[in-house]
Design a protein around this ligand. Sequence first.
Ligand code: ADP
Length: 737
Amino acid sequence: MTSPSALYPKKVDLTNCDKEPIHILGKVQDHGILLGFDSETLKLTYFSSNAKEFLKEGLSDPAVVALNSILEDTIVTRIIQNTDNNKVVPLQVTVNSLPYICIAHKNENYLIVEFEPIGDSIDQIYYQQQMTDIITELGSAETDLDMCNSAAHLIKDFLGYDRVMLYKFDADWNGEVVSEAKEDELESWLGLNYPATDIPQQARKLFLKQGVRIIADVDSEPASLESLNVKDPLDLSRAELRAVSSIHIEYLKNMKVGATLTAAIIFNNTLWGLIACHHYSPKFINFQQRLSCKFLTQVFSTQLALKSSNAQLHKINNAGATRNKLVEQMSENWNVANGLSEHELTMLDLTEASGGAILVDGKCILLGTTIEEAEVKALNSWILKNRPNGEMFYTNKLSTVYPDAGKYAALVSGVLHVSVSKNNNPCLLWFKAEQEQTVDWAGNPDKPVQVDKNARLSPRKSFEKWTETVSGVSQPWKDYEIAAADALRNNIATIIIQKYDEVRSLNDELKRAYKELEAYSYSISHDLRAPLRGIDGFAQIIKEDYFEKLDEFGQSAIHTIIDSTNKMNELIDDILSFSGMSQQKASYQNFSMELLIDKVVNFQHVKVSYPNTVIDVQDDIPDVYGDSSMLFQMLNNLVGNALKYSAKSKEPLVTIGFSEKEQAYFVQDNGIGFDAKHSKKIFGVFNRLVGNEYQGSGIGLAIVKRAIEKHNGKIWAVSEKDKGSIFYFKLNKEVKK
Ligand code: ADP
């Protein structure tokens, strides 16, 4: 007979307890009896050393003991049927005239059958009532904390342990006591934290497999597991009676605990926390009560999941709505940075960040509580270098991975970073400020072990409150925040692609339009001018040679023909100059505006064409930077209009100058004016407010506007019907090339 415990290292201390194979410790708690049968032959293969009494008959040769020599055939059949489906089968049985709860389950090649005392019997009606009350109370708790508090009190009432704690794990598996129900005389452990080493990872794994387990008596010696003709240790992961690690027992003894019950709170397939019950003397809870506790823990986990998914859903919905609005803002004028930062709602509203930054086209836009631009840029470069595949980066302890952040940890300890497109333009960063925290540990977490006088490591003996201040840490990034930032990144990528497509198709359209305009201009200048010259020539011949022979109607018709051909020629000139303006190659320089005005006034032949009009050119008109021929065309149109639309005034006056108030050049007249509501429309092509009483093609102001745009300038008109007009224009030094 070999004890399986011989098969793994005997010496397990706190330096390697994380690796201790606690599922094959080869020991069982001695309040029950564990037997392991070969699942094929149903012959006894393992038994706990305290089973000798129990196995009376087969003792001389345990190898001949079969399951049906202990239990009745009907019970054996039930066990086999149910364990085949991987179920745990609890049955009330009698062995050697004593009642037991027999709990059977299958583990690979073995059928493990455990016999536990029946324990206290429970009044079923009272029990049902209690369960119903518990479910109702958990369901009606308003917050997570209320629910934890209720659970702690309900379980204490239900199971009668001296202390019941709800213990919640953080991301690093340190645990905090978030709720507690205890006997009055006990000191409170509420709010205390326990380092991750207190519950090693393989113990946490076992909790996932077996929801509730007890240690009935911390001081009792466990029974060893004997084996017959096999060497493999028996896997007791799902066994109710599995003994725990001696280190854990020592740990409990250091805390003066006599018995425990631990129930796993499982949330999204991970261990959220534990319900940890301590009793200061031995305490056995029977299988039925443990099942009820498991059930309650499941109700608790479900309620917790429900509450948390509702809260999460609410946040996801809100973030979704915020994101839609941001997308709308960005699409308004195809400006991502503007859409994320310039409106009331900014990218900060998407998360719980305290600040943020947008790095786009070499610029850096800062939002909320943030760090210097240079620091943001350096941080961004570091992140990009360390995340070459463009995946998201987030941390709530920035200075631990990027020590340069130590100097601004108070402002920025948390960073969430996304970059759009392969060339990382734009990059978005959200910041969270430091949240200095004090953590109360149950004993110094840096010294979970002590060295005793035999130079042996043992779990700490002191559980005195030990307060630590944690700095350089922000609130963690929640799942919904990370998801929202990622979704925004995709939205921006889509917007950029749409924008690119739109610009490309606009560009194509423009090119086509220019080509058409060119062809149109060409056809006007060549195809239309020739017949027009013919009409005009023949009309002139008729006028010169046959005028006297015509009656009055014929004579006026000849004049109309000649007038119309002139008008047509003017229209052709205007259209050609408009299309020319679009394509013209400009040459920008400084030159005198006064000289330009002089040239325009001379060109208009004011004295001949508008003998009644006074032209007042003011002094000290500043010089201008621009393209002289384009600006000539522009001013010529403005002055031409001023002369034309004031010609019928009593004392026509056209003033040209520079307004200090508006910091703009102006051309003013005292002519017919126009309704202010048309002051934008008149700059469009063919938008005339007058009829045939005034000559014109409706193109002049469009030429003016185009020239101003080419100079990155601005033009606007102030007018009122019959009160004259004033056209202001500004030209920028920085011009559009
Ligand atoms: P048009 O060849 O008809 O003058 P423009 O494009 O130069 O074409 O001007 C568009 C319209 O704006 C004109 O038809 C006229 O109704 C109005 N307008 C332009 N300049 C003036 C002005 N100085 N006074 C009154 N109306 C004007």
